[in-house]
Design a protein around this ligand. Structure first.
Ligand SMILES: Cc1cc2nc3c(=O)[nH]c(=O)nc-3n(C[C@H](O)[C@H](O)[C@H](O)COP(=O)(O)O)c2cc1C
Length: 156
């Protein structure tokens, strides 16, 4: 049983979460950054797709990957996750608006894996927006480890 984790990231937090998830899954797991590669889905029984949220939207390569492969993805054991700085209760809504309804309806696992706010990596506008979202001037990083563990269990 081979699993693909395909992700979209801007600053790398989603890649970190994909790596943590990969270690919790059984069998062969490939991790793919959708910005640099389009994976061959015929090789995988299970596909996990994740991305970070910016201004309420998931990264563009993730959106494109889902719409370009919609029918193929519906035939796989599918998992969907997001990363972001929203509160857990808002994250659920963001997740439901980030992926096509057809995929949300058939997926085996949905998850919110936490978020990172690193002011050192951001430009001025991004810093301004993040201060509004988090209400804090401090950089912070929180991997939702329990959510990743639960998600991995559902993908077994
Ligand atoms: C300009 C900007 C807008 C953001 N908008 C959202 C948002 O709408 N919802 C959210 O949950 N997080 C938002 N975030 C937080 C990112 O999703 C978070 O930093 C995430 O961990 C980034 O992951 P990445 O490094 O994989 O791109 C925003 C961050 C920035 C810099």
């Amino acid at each position: 049983m081979s699993t693909l984790i395909a992700y979209g990231t801007k600053y790398g937090f989603t890649r970190t979460c994909a790596g943590i998830l990969a270690k919790k899954l059984d069998g062969k797991v490939d991790v793919c950054d959708l910005r640099s590669k389009q994976p061959d889905l015929t090789q995988y029984d299970k596909v996990i797709i994740g991305g970070s949220i910016y201004a309420g939207k998931i990264r563009k390569p993730v959106m494109r990957f889902c719409s370009d492969n919609l029918d193929t993805l519906k035939g796989k054991k599918l998992g969907l996750f997001i990363c972001g700085m929203a509160k857990e209760e808002d994250a659920q809504k963001q997740l439901d608006s980030s992926f096509p309804a057809d995929l949300l309806a058939v997926c085996a696992a949905k998850g919110f894996f936490g978020g990172e706010c690193n002011y050192e990596k951001m430009n001025f506008l991004e810093m301004f927006i993040m201060k509004k979202i988090t209400g804090s001037k401090q950089s912070q990083s929180k991997v939702a480890e329990d959510n990743i563990t639960r998600f991995a269990g559902l993908m077994r």
